[in-house]
Design a protein. Structure first.
Length: 439
């Protein structure tokens, strides 16, 4: 540039001024407005790129790329956990190449969300796309500081963020949820929603925990691709998140199909022996290919919990996602989320139960049927009924006091098979084992 003019002195359009007025009729919305000349577009793009990069933390995250991401995670992950990680990796790569729509990455702390988000941003920067990468708390701090920044007005900074060609918001939900913060985040996401600007969001929240107006936009399946990483924190590889405090399987570690007692030498009636054999064969077949629902009924200590635990133990050893939980204790865990000292919300805990790959509920019907219990159990069963997720239930004989909505689903032969064990209680002590070793 020469003579202090911002444009190209050899430009045939602006002669170096860097701007021009279009020849438009009176009444046209752009009549009389100055337009940036084409000769300055490259320069302005570089300036935008530099400003956005200065606001980002990408210089500290330059090492996080697709090339050094492990698509299947560390050795020892369960297949479903590794599958979720690989799906997120593939979706992130597709998004980076198209920058079309929004990508929402959900998962535990340390599961790889930030690595994938940074890899998208670094790839976009390498392709010359002006990119803004911010953790949500940093974004809000940037806006707050803009009130006192003489170099930029709040309005200019806010517009720069919401209209960035690519915006990546990391750790959504960790911010201080003041009314001002909620409003600013909504304004940013709503602007990008209306204008269909590419956006990446990472969060450890469930969708139901996100502010309603933003949640409705994230729930737009035509715009938003959602992936959920179920892999645990890679910084704590010995922690098995699937074996959570909700599980009671460690009490039945030694209960397998191999040591199930068919009681052929006890002098039981043929009817009793046949019921045990049928339940045993049905449970073993279910464990080989979990599909639909299996309901094991019978009296106390008839063997139904042993068979349910055998299913869980076999699939656990194969690396499948399984939750074995005693129903009364499960309900206690849900109630515990109401405590002011609880570190997890009811919604999150309940979601982890109802969406698990295989759910085994032991002793349905022994709990106190308060209205709250009835409703939570119905919501749990109804979700798994509608989505046809594999489920095993042990219970006594069906009683009139069982919620008819739950009973109707348990008795639906299109999805559920019922095995009744009529044998009397075992005479010996129930077989239990030492606490399961963490993989």
């Amino acid at each position: 540039m020469t003579n202090g003019l911002p444009g190209d002195p050899n430009c045939p359009h602006c002669k170096g001024l860097g701007y021009l007025r279009q020849d438009l009729p009176i009444g046209h919305p752009d009549f009389g407005k100055l337009q940036i000349c084409n000769c300055r577009h490259g320069q302005i793009s570089q300036q935008i790129h530099a400003r956005l990069f200065a606001l980002s933390n990408l210089d500290e995250l330059a090492h996080l790329t697709f090339e050094n991401f492990q698509p299947r995670g560390r050795v020892g992950l369960r297949p479903l956990q590794a599958d979720s990680l690989e799906l997120a990796y593939n979706q992130a790569r597709l998004f980076a190449q198209s920058l079309n729509g929004w990508l929402l990455i959900q998962g535990y702390y340390g599961s790889g969300k930030t690595h994938l988000a940074a890899a998208i941003a670094n790839f976009a920067v390498s392709m010359g796309v002006p990119t803004l990468f911010l953790t949500v708390p940093d974004l809000l701090d940037t806006l707050r500081f803009a009130y006192d920044d003489p170099a930029a007005t709040f309005e200019a900074r806010f517009d720069e963020i919401r209209s960035a060609p690519l915006l990546v918001l990391d750790d959504f939900g960790t911010q201080n949820a003041t009314s001002w913060a909620r409003e600013k985040l909504f304004q940013i996401t709503n602007y990008r929603y209306i204008n269909r600007l590419p956006l990446v969001i990472t969060t450890n929240l469930m969708l139901s925990e996100i502010e309603g107006r933003i949640r409705s936009r994230l729930d737009d399946r035509e715009l938003v691709t959602r992936v959920h990483i179920t892999a645990p924190d890679y910084r704590r590889p010995l922690q098995d998140v699937s074996e959570s405090d909700l599980s009671t399987l460690d009490r039945y570690y030694q209960q397998t199909f191999g040591n199930f007692d068919l009681r052929r030498g006890e002098g039981l009636t043929p009817e009793h022996l046949n019921s045990l054999e049928r339940a045993f064969q049905t449970a073993r077949k279910f464990a080989e290919e979990p599909s639909g629902w299996l309901v094991l009924t019978g009296g106390s200590r008839c063997g139904k919990t042993h068979l349910a635990a055998a299913i869980a133990n076999q699939l656990y050893e194969l690396g499948q996602e399984v939750l074995f939980s005693n129903v009364p204790e499960l309900l206690d865990h849900l109630r515990a989320t109401f405590s002011p000292n609880s570190t997890i919300s009811l919604d999150r805990r309940f979601e982890s139960v109802r969406t698990v790959g295989l759910l085994i509920l032991d002793d349905l019907g022994t709990q106190s049927m308060s209205p709250w219990v009835r409703e939570k159990l119905y919501q749990l069963f109804n979700y798994r009924y509608v989505t046809e997720l594999p489920t095993v239930v042990t219970t006594g004989e069906f009683k009139d006091e069982m919620d008819p909505r739950i009973r109707s689903r348990l008795e639906d032969t299109r999805i559920s098979q019922i095995c009744a064990i009529t044998a009397p209680p075992y005479k010996g002590k129930p077989r239990t084992g030492a606490r399961r070793k963490t993989k």
